[in-house]
Design a protein around this ligand. Structure first.
Ligand code: ASP
Length: 304
């Protein structure tokens, strides 16, 4: 019997002071939802799905409703879930009509011989497996219409859109259940003003999400392209398999992405023994965990 643990993140960037409380609240709500699942002895897969759904439903984060918009003003989401016990994985990319992409990813994991579906095919698969398809407009909020407008205005002047050029509000969770099984889940609306059809690291196996009972589970957030080029999630998990602690592996991964490709973001890791690692090279990261002994939440981590 293992001690269950749930670790979640809600993005890593230079989050302004006025957004800190909403991020903390969102993280705590996600921890509560995921922990309720672990407490009734359900699986780590159920726990990460429950935690991520809460953050997808929360407009604060760049996942589900409230996501960043594409250049043509639509929400386009990617999500992946992975089961450390069996290495089964399920992902969806570029879905526009699903309120909770992580639940569509779960359907792929459990009910398909395939691993990844994109666009219309992903939506058709989800609908055929009981997931309601909604209008894209239901996922679009005024705050993001305004962000897109300002971003395009700046781009037209050849300037970056200040903080939002580096804003990463993807959500993710990793969990270990009482049976000793690890799971990981990540869900994102991607980057602001992205070209339609672009997929980031979050939903790609080994880049933003990975889980293997023989080593660890991981979820990342940040500028996706550098993370993808380095297959950063799996890189960090492999450090743990080679003997590093999750904490050392998490900080090493952020140093690696920075030194190789000037990448930025954050990472959470949980190994099969319940040891945790969290790190970021942005000024803030929304992160928290829950275990038997209590709950903890932060928007900034200090380096050991
Ligand atoms: N990593 C995500 C992506 O590149 C963005 C994020 O973490 O906010 O799609």
């Amino acid at each position: 019997m293992n001690e269950p643990i749930l670790l979640v993140h809600g993005g890593a960037w230079s989050m302004p002071d006025e957004l800190v409380a909403a991020h903390e609240r969102g993280i705590r709500n996600a921890l509560r939802a995921g922990w309720a699942v672990l407490e009734r002895k359900a699986s780590s897969l159920d726990a990460v799905e429950a935690a991520v759904r809460v953050m997808e439903d929360d407009d604060t984060f760049d996942a589900g409703r409230g996501s960043f918009l594409t250049t043509d003003g639509r929400v386009q989401c990617d999500a992946l879930m992975m089961d450390g016990a069996t290495l089964r994985a399920g992902g969806v990319g570029c879905v526009e009509r699903i309120r909770n992409p992580i639940s569509a990813a779960r359907k792929v994991l459990e009910e398909s011989a395939h691993v990844y579906f994109v666009g219309e095919g992903a939506e058709r698969f989800a609908a055929a497996h009981g997931i309601e398809l909604i209008a894209n407009e239901e996922l679009v909020i005024d705050r993001e219409r305004e962000h897109l407008r300002r971003c395009k205005e700046k781009a037209a002047q050849g300037m970056e859109f200040e903080i939002f050029a580096h804003s990463h509000d993807t959500v993710g969770a990793v969990a270990l259940d009482a049976a000793g099984n690890l799971a990981a889940a990540t869900s994102t609306g991607g980057t602001l003003n992205k070209t339609p059809g672009r997929v980031g690291d979050a939903s790609l196996i080994g880049c933003g999400t990975y889980a293997d009972n023989q080593s660890a589970a991981v979820s990342t957030t940040g500028w996706g392209e550098p993370f993808m080029k380095l297959v950063l999630g799996k890189w960090a998990v492999d450090q743990i398999a080679a003997g590093a602690t999750p904490e050392a592996a998490a900080w090493a991964a952020m140093d690696y992405v920075k030194s190789r490709l000037n990448g930025h973001g954050g990472i959470i890791l949980l190994d099969r023994n319940g040891r945790m690692g969290m790190a970021h090279n942005t000024s803030r990261m929304a992160v928290g965990y829950r275990r038997q002994s209590g709950e903890w939440c932060a928007v900034k981590l200090s380096r050991p």
